[in-house]
Design a binder for this molecule. Structure first.
Ligand code: ZN
Length: 436
């Protein structure tokens, strides 16, 4: 059937080895392996990682196919080195029923670029008033395990408690978008010296930290799993460190853009830098990097948020919040964490594959690169440098904050169960019916 011999690759950045992928699994690992009829991929100088897993992607379908579709978003994901993504629930209609999550899951299978794991809404219509059909979504063909009102905060403490209690029955996790709504009404950028200078309504760090503090206490109280989306402040890292030291089952993610960019980017009022939560201070960037390196933050998640030009390319106050990220995430992590010496490629595998697969309960992903494991593999050239060109991306979104910027690292190939979705840095024919 399908076989590839990846010759001379460095698994997790270690010593060179050959990887033989056949019939969807890693059949052999060693040196001087016999191709035995397999297609040979010369991977001299490349690093092999387990296929990346994104806990936080906005694919926009159903409802905003003018901004992104499951097909375009997952093709972008494969080009970014991903083999599985979680599709956020803030679509139209909202993914708050078994019917909608199954629709998204089927669209993902049909596209075949990555395994799509739909996220279910916590509350009906993301309205924060009553719980959605969490059990029905968990029992559906989409087998939802991650629940989130992302875009909105589950700010009612009683509802949040009920959601945390409810998901325990099926080993689910509530992923909170931590934003106290009253403290951020009308907020436009990080609250600091610069927001005063620019005359933009500030978004205080405490609005994020207050919700995280409350939620780790709730999660500890009911003994349930909590995941915190896009952590952006030094104070949030401190609270998470405290909660983990107390044994609370909390995990957290940081986005690539919060690892690299600061509120200084907002000076030119270019809405490409408008995002929720906002770009923060240099001290915050240093803190989230340190938190990721020491394991306080478990995961890098893209928060890939494509928008149409009409929604994004307008005056600052009117522009939609969000940035694309799938096709630049690995390069940004290489720049912020690997080239700075804060992490090695084995750590990148941990935060971009192992940990997100474990949190999302994604079977067959985030596994070690050893014999018998599913052949979900990404090859990256760590020495390559490239200038980000939004016109050449697969995502329909043109709102990359890294446009025109030179970044290290290039995804050369992505294999989903042994079948290449990306070869030589370009899309290859995908599997049909991906997570069969
Ligand atoms: Zn969010």
């Amino acid at each position: 059937m399908n076989a590839h011999l990846i010759r001379g690759v460095r698994p997790l950045g270690g010593e060179p080895a050959d990887l033989l992928l056949r019939d969807g699994v890693i059949e052999a690992v060693g040196t001087g392996l016999d191709a035995g009829g397999a297609d040979v991929v010369d991977a001299d100088g490349l690093v092999a990682l387990p296929g990346l897993v994104d806990l936080h992607t906005h694919l926009r379908e159903p409802g905003r196919e003018d901004a992104e579709t499951v097909e375009s978003g997952t093709r972008a994901a494969a080009l970014g080195g991903f083999t599985a993504v979680h599709a956020m629930a803030n679509t139209d209609p909202v993914a708050d029923t078994a019917g909608v999550v199954e629709q998204v899951w089927r669209l993902g299978r049909r596209a075949g670029w990555v395994d799509v794991r739909p996220v279910g809404a916590v509350t009906v219509g993301l309205a924060g008033e009553r719980l959605a059909e969490l059990g029905a979504m968990a029992d559906s063909a989409a087998a939802v395990r991650v629940f989130s009102d992302d875009g909105n905060c589950v700010h009612d403490a009683v509802l949040m408690r009920r959601a945390l209690e409810y998901v325990k029955a099926f080993d689910g996790v509530v992923a909170q978008h931590a934003q106290e709504p009253r403290l951020t009404a009308g907020a436009q950028m990080h609250e600091g010296a610069l927001s005063g200078v620019l005359g933009l309504q500030g978004w205080p760090a405490v609005a994020e930290e207050a919700i995280i503090a409350r939620d780790v206490l709730l999660a500890g109280h009911v003994g349930s799993r909590l995941h915190v989306c896009h952590v952006s402040t030094a104070g949030s890292v401190e609270i998470l460190r405290w909660a983990k030291s107390r044994g609370v089952a909390v995990t957290a993610e940081v986005t690539p853009h919060h690892l690299l960019l600061t509120d200084e980017q907002v000076r030119g009022y270019d809405p490409v830098f408008k995002v929720n939560p906002p770009l923060r201070s240099t001290e915050d960037v240093d803190a989230v990097r340190a938190g990721l390196a020491d394991g306080t933050i478990d995961v890098v998640a893209t928060d890939h948020a494509p928008h149409t030009v009409e929604d994004k390319d307008c005056e600052w106050a009117a522009a939609a919040m969000g940035m694309t990220g799938l096709e630049t995430a690995l390069s940004v992590v290489a720049e912020a964490m690997v080239e700075t010496g804060l992490m090695g490629w084995d750590d990148v595998a941990r935060v971009m594959s192992h940990a997100p697969a474990l949190i999302g309960r994604v079977a067959g992903h985030g596994r070690p690169l050893t014999v018998g494991e599913p052949a979900n593999v990404t090859l990256v050239d760590p020495a390559a440098r490239r200038t980000v060109a939004v016109g050449q991306m697969a995502t329909q979104g043109r709102n990359s904050p890294f446009a025109g910027r030179e970044l290290p690292g290039r995804v050369v190939a992505t294999f989903l169960r042994g079948v290449p979705t990306v070869l030589d840095g370009v899309s290859a024919h995908p599997l049909v019916g991906a997570d069969a």
